[in-house]
Design a protein around this ligand. Sequence first.
Ligand code: AN0
Ligand code: CP
Length: 312
Amino acid sequence: MKNYTSINDIDNINTWIGEAIKIKQNRLKNKELGKNKTLGLLFFNSSLRTRLSTQKAALNLGMDPIVMNVSGDAWGIEFGDGTIMDGNTAEHIKEAAAVVSQYCDIIAVRAFPSLTDKKKDESEHVLKSFIEFASVPVVSMESATGHPLQGLTDAITIFENSTKKRPKVVLSWAPHIKALPHAVANSFVQAMQKMDVEFVITNPEGYNLNSKITKKTTIYHNQEEAFKDADFIYTKNWSSYDDYGTILSTDTNWMITREKIENAKFMHCLPVRRNLVVEDAVLDSDSSLVIEQANNRTYAAQLVLKKILENN
Ligand code: AN0
Ligand code: CP
């Protein structure tokens, strides 16, 4: 594996989960592997977990992480091919990615979608440009259409907390006041499709995710029906995909409550808005796995970085 930009880069998810759990049990075992290697973390958007856990993963491997908030602190980057750069952008991705490659052995990038231009977002032009013009491996820290470090983390967390051979996992949309990306939900769907779980999605009408990603996964528009006998309820808001980037509903009936989840474990990638997406009584209960998910971000990132260091 050279780059890690999608759940599709995982050849065997069960093997990967096993490897990640081994890393978690002995996190400093490969402390020499990344010695004298640098990980560059480039953020076009905000982050708490990804920024810290990916650095922590690099440190556990003996790597030196360097971080930059690209949109705030760097020169405005031009991605267009052949553009006359007489506007706001000051340097081209061709130079920027090549320059960062002089300082870093792996480049990790976070670049959210516009949610206004579906075609451009789906082309993944930011991530793809880094892959094209960098001379070192590239890792996605959430791009327009996927958050594969999160999806891998979620697969690890479900495996660790499962008491059944084939648990029922439900992905539920929940209300939000802002138009949010599809990336986390997409990667979660792709990860669950690779695992031996009974997986269903529930969302209001008009909120179906890209059918090229959901494929044959059952989608319920009735949340109660979907939640029946659930072992894991993974919650996330996303904006409409069909009516791209719009908020069609903020129906509070879709909020996750203590009563609704019954005996299921609650999962969310975080950050989460309390009492809008999910009520306090769920997050403050033993049913919530959100902190353990955040913990597992380190081991998912460490596994990905380890594989890249070993193969390049
Ligand atoms: C982002 C999203 O929904 O993609 C990041 C989640 C990890 N969330 C927000 O913008 C609130
Ligand atoms: N879950 C996640 O990616 O969180 P951050 O946006 O804080 O990195």
